[in-house]
Design a protein. Structure first.
Length: 107
């Protein structure tokens, strides 16, 4: 995904770089675009491995720092690769939160 998928844009379609930016900023934008794709894949793997978990629970199970998967789940949901499940109390935050799962293919 990354650069090829998002073309130097973040998940909200804000440009990661401008034409007048110095070369270092352009390289940074390319690196950020690549990492977006890598984090989406890591997030998707966590949802596949632990369906029905909240975002915080997925991060805990995957061993990543908090607030790592949140935006990626939204991007993957927009792309139709994950879907929100029912809400329930999160075992990590103790607050109600959506669970996440892989969509079932339509027959």
């Amino acid at each position: 995904m990354g650069q090829a998928r998002f073309g130097y844009y973040d998940d909200d379609r804000h440009k990661l770089r401008r034409n007048q930016d110095p070369a270092t900023s352009k390289q940074g934008a390319a690196d950020a675009a690549r990492r977006l794709g890598e984090m989406q894949e890591r997030t998707l793997l966590a949802v596949r491995a632990y369906p029905g978990r909240t975002c915080a629970e997925l991060e805990d199970q995957a061993g990543v720092m908090g607030r790592t998967f949140g935006r990626r789940l939204g991007e993957l949901e927009k792309a139709g690769r994950v879907e929100r499940g029912r809400e329930r109390p999160c075992s990590i935050t103790k607050r109600r939160a959506a669970t996440w799962r892989i969509p079932t293919p339509e027959a």
